[in-house]
Design a protein around this ligand. Structure first.
Ligand code: 5RP
Length: 237
């Protein structure tokens, strides 16, 4: 299987295994979450799923849900009441303890809010996302208020990170997130403690959220990870 087919397989497999009628369902962003969203749409259209209350994590997800007829809510909707039964999302890197880096698509803010508001959480990835240490190979995205670009860059460099402003494609200047902020992508040259960094990075004034997802602080984070292999199998751990 090529990578797209593997993503398709793993996204659909997670939905078939976990999504039940009546769920309040967080829906992630990116090329592996999209097949999962399409599968939810298919099952709703066939009547095999009913009463799904979906909360999207990005503009991309909103559009996909609209196109698939998936009913949309926000975490603040009365029907949702701030708590999701399940969220399914992709990831950029997953380590052996199932901690991850997210935000390659710039949607980390709502993705993290949904992750930490979910009773259960599933990551859908192909095998290329597995990493021994987070933040060495794939850069960790930091969503930052644009006015704080330079002070935040300096603070991140002090913590040992290489910092790069994420530039837009087909638009001059930086990527602007769904929430009007910029993204600084940071990479480390030696392993860091992702739990400590998830907390530490958010203490820098001007940082809105960071892409380490470890369950730092009091939020339980025990994702079930679905890993698609190019041989056509899906492993869960
Ligand atoms: C978006 C994300 C995505 O889930 C992550 O980038 C993985 O995307 P893909 O499945 O396309 O590789 O965090 O902000």
């Amino acid at each position: 299987m090529n990578q797209n087919e593997t993503k398709e397989l793993v996204g659909r497999t997670a939905v078939d295994a976990l999504v039940k009628s009546g769920m309040k369902l967080g829906l992630g962003t990116g090329s592996t979450a999209l097949p999962a969203i399409r599968r939810v749409g298919e099952l709703l259209a066939e009547g095999r799923l009913t009463n799904i209350f979906a909360v999207p994590t990005s503009f991309q997800t909103v559009i996909e849900c609209e196109n698939r007829g998936i009913p949309l809510f926000t975490l603040n909707s009365k029907e949702i009441g701030g708590k999701l039964d399940l969220t399914i999302d992709g990831a950029d890197e997953v380590d052996p303890q199932n901690r991850c880096v997210k935000g390659g698509g710039g949607a980390l803010l709502l993705e993290k809010i949904a992750a930490y508001a979910s009773s259960s959480y599933a990551l859908v990835v192909d095998e290329s996302k597995l990493a021994e240490n987070l933040g060495l190979s794939f850069a960790v995205p930091i969503e930052v208020v644009s006015e704080a670009r330079i002070p935040v860059t300096m603070a991140l460099e002090k913590l040992g990170a290489e910092v790069k402003l994420r530039e837009a494609l087909r638009k001059a200047g930086p990527v602007v997130t769904d929430h009007g902020n910029i993204i600084l992508d940071i990479r480390f040259t030696s392993p860091v403690d992702p739990v400590a960094f998830e907390k530490e990075l958010n203490l820098i004034p001007g940082v809105v959220e960071n892409g380490f997802f470890t369950g730092a602080s009091k939020y339980p984070f025990k994702p079930r990870v679905f890993i698609g292999h190019s041989g056509g199998t899906v492993e869960t751990r």
